[in-house]
Design a protein around this ligand. Sequence first.
Ligand code: AHG
Ligand code: MN
Ligand code: MN
Length: 280
Amino acid sequence: MEKVIEAIQQAAIAIRREIEGVQFDYAKSQNASGEQQLKLDLMSDEIIAHHLAQVPSIKAIASEERSQVQELNPGGAYLIAYDPLDGSSLIDVDLSVGSIFGIYEGAFEGGNLIASVYVVYGPRTELVVAREGVERFILTQGRWIFKESLALGERGKINAPGGTQKGWYPHHKALIQSLFEEGYRLRYSGGMVPDLHQILVKGGGLFSYPGTTDRPQGKLRKLFEVFPFALVFERAGGEAIDDRGRRLLELPCDDLHETTPCFFGSSYEIQRVKTFYQTR
Ligand code: AHG
Ligand code: MN
Ligand code: MN
């Protein structure tokens, strides 16, 4: 496992270097979710695949930018699913983006996720690992320095509501509105990595990406985005559920690129989600 995390740390340093370059235009291709790919999406994917391929304990890898699983070492113990560059539509305006990794044993399913890692490329480069606890590292002069453990409080002050408002269902509108009426503040950049990182570092809040009338299963992908952050939130003392109140990590995953409505937060806000979604 240590070798997997070291490979991710090295890949993140290389991706950071690419992000700082002048190349942030679109490629001519689309990914398996039908999204236009940036050259940086493809470069980040190649960098990660290259670094993970050096680790003998990795059996196979799956990427948001690839339609198929890539087999590496038949005798390996770990399966890695990753989103090489999350929030890449924010690259042109120079907002923070990230990379997300889920480390699975056995099969690509929420219940088999044993650790996850995300990287934030912001003014600093930071990396968060969820194993037993959740640890935050900062990249300083080419080295990853442990900063602190992250833990969520009982409730926070941040409301990060994703999805097109025009397509929100009435119970979802009511939930979001009620949090604002309680004094929650809007914090939503459009990159789930910095948006969720903000909630973790500030100690609480709610990030939601619901099902909408135009996208009943939401936008965020189980393997590459949802499961890894569900583990981070649970290990930090928070919760991560779907629109039926089920733990995200207990959901089946029948297709590599499958999506689900998702809610990540501290316990108070998740209780509010359950209350409003019961009324639908
Ligand atoms: P990606 O760049 O990997 O395709 O993911 C973008 C995701 C996620 O980061 C973010 O929370 C969400 O898309 C934003 O979607 P909206 O623009 O619909 O809010
Ligand atoms: Mn993404
Ligand atoms: Mn991506």
